[in-house]
Design a protein around this ligand. Structure first.
Ligand code: GLN
Length: 482
């Protein structure tokens, strides 16, 4: 087996036993990047020298006992890294070098992780295919003519191709879970408030959450344990103890109640996705879970509600890119012309579309009809989940309506693109947690993802169910043919 194919927990064992050094592991991952990243294009920035230097320091005895000691990880390029460019996949931040690490990055480093590079993303995390990156699209390692999903497509592709052992992504409406599903890896979006967002460049502040992408459920539990927890620098992070998530991985789900929402099997979805998820539900029943049909009646409103709230918040958050304070400046004849020229050149078409939608939804005369109304319906969506979780421990549903689509297929049709997140948006609106894991392959050999959804701070329950399923199946062991 190649070292780059290891999971985090497998590498942990080899590193601790002294059978592999952190330098060897880092070199294997860097060599793998050289081998495949011309095709996959998962990374915007690589940090090979820093990574090797850190690996040597660890081999010399640094960071002993730290949970991620010597593990090469990647970070989505919307998370600040001190002294290393943080572009958000945008021209407007192409030359932005943050003076500090995001809290999650600092926590990875403190846990001994080696940050190997910054991964590609849709511009400001707006998109579902990573094609909205201002620099280049990322390709799906299972089929290079297809998208890896998005917006954390760089992170998902890097994990799937063995270009890192795990990665951080962010999920505002599905951007960790959807690319995880399309790339055949595990993607976990924690509860709103579970993980600090200090140093995450804001997209939609009431929805954004940092998540993890890994090769299996055990690794997701390990990395979540490192990044979760209160941060005085983020007032939305919740001051609640962080459990030992790996302790939830018992393999035993007897007597647990699994809800299957009838609204999540819709017309137009790829039949193979429905078949795979239904078979997975049967498997959970075989493992001793009690399967119950549940209803989330406001599901149809999630997409319109999300596409009012997310652009509204984005339009406010993106006002700071004015050519004065950050990144790109295109000088105009006066201040207003400078704003216009900077934003006109710095932002791509999807970002401009969102700023216009959001500004409209927040404008006097329309605020009540659009933004306020959307917030009210958001409450109804959350109440659907509250009611469902009175009956069940977790909800299981498809992560996406289809497997990976072709590059270019949806770029000219934003509505079609928005639809790829229909099954993931609701959890962000409700602030709850969800995990996508592999549950099959379609006839073309493309991965299918299943979502395990839990109530707020239900990560342990979600991980427990996902782990039991994973251990009973072989899907997570398949690797792309690259
Ligand atoms: N695809 C959704 C959007 O474009 C979700 C993005 C995300 O979760 N960052 O808004």
């Amino acid at each position: 087996m190649n070292l780059y194919e290891l999971t985090i927990h497998e590498a942990r064992r080899l590193l601790d036993a002294g059978e592999v050094s952190a330098e060897e592991l880092t070199e294997a991952v860097l060599a793998r990047i050289l081998e495949v990243d011309n095709d996959v294009q998962a990374y915007i920035t690589l940090m090979p020298e820093e990574a090797l230097e850190q690996a040597r320091a660890i081999d010399a005895g640094g960071g002993s006992g730290a949970p991620l000691r010597g593990i090469p990880l990647a970070v989505k390029d919307v998370l600040c890294t001190a002294g290393v460019p943080t572009t958000c996949g945008s021209r407007i931040l192409e030359n932005f070098i943050p003076p500090y690490d995001a809290t999650v990055v600092a926590r990875l480093r403190a846990a001994g992780a080696i940050i190997i590079g910054k991964t590609n993303t849709d511009e400001f995390a707006m998109g579902s295919s990573t094609e909205n990156s201002a620099f280049f699209p990322t390709h799906n390692p299972w089929d290079l003519s297809r998208v890896p999903g998005g917006s954390s497509g760089g992170s998902a592709a890097a994990v799937a191709a063995g270009e890192c052992l795990g990665a951080l992504g962010t999920d505002t409406g599905g951007s960790v879970r959807q690319p995880a599903a399309l790339c055949g890896v595990v993607g976990l979006k924690p509860t709103y408030g579970r993980v600090s967002r200090y140093g995450l460049v804001a997209f939609a502040s009431s929805l954004d959450q940092v998540g993890v992408l890994t090769k299996d459920v055990t690794d997701a539990a390990i990395v979540l344990g490192v990044i979760a927890g209160h941060d005085p620098m983020d007032s939305t992070s919740v001051d609640a103890p962080v459990p030992d998530y790996t302790a939830a991985l018992t393999g035993d789900i007897r007597g647990m109640r699994v809800g299957v929402p009838k609204e999540y099997f819709i017309e137009g979805m790829q039949p193979e996705v429905e078949e795979a998820v239904r078979a997975a539900v049967d498997q959970l029943a075989d493992l001793g879970a009690e399967v119950v049909e549940v209803s989330l009646p406001h599901t149809d409103y999630a997409l319109p509600v999300y596409y009012l709230i997310a652009p509204a918040e984005a339009s406010a958050n993106l006002a700071r890119y004015d050519g004065v304070r950050y990144g790109l400046r295109v000088q105009g004849t006066d201040l207003e012309e400078t704003y216009k020229a900077t934003r006109g050149r710095g932002f791509g078409p999807e970002v401009k579309r969102r700023i216009m939608l959001g500004t409209y939804a927040l404008s006097a005369g329309y605020y009540d009809a659009y933004y306020l109304k959307a917030q009210k319906v958001r409450t109804l969506i959350k109440q659907d989940f509250d009611r469902a979780f009175e009956q069940v421990d977790v909800i299981v549903a498809p992560t996406t309506p289809t497997t990976a689509f072709r590059l270019g297929e949806k770029v000219d049709d934003p509505l079609q693109m928005y639809l790829s997140d229909v099954f993931t948006l609701s959890m962000n609106l409700a602030g709850i947690c969800g995990l996508s894991l592999p549950c099959g392959f379609d006839r073309q050999g493309l991965p299918i993802g299943m979502q395990v959804i839990g109530p707020a701070f239900g990560e342990e329950t979600v991980l427990r169910v996902a782990y039991a399923y994973e251990q009973a199946t072989e899907w997570h062991k398949r690797r792309c043919g690259l």
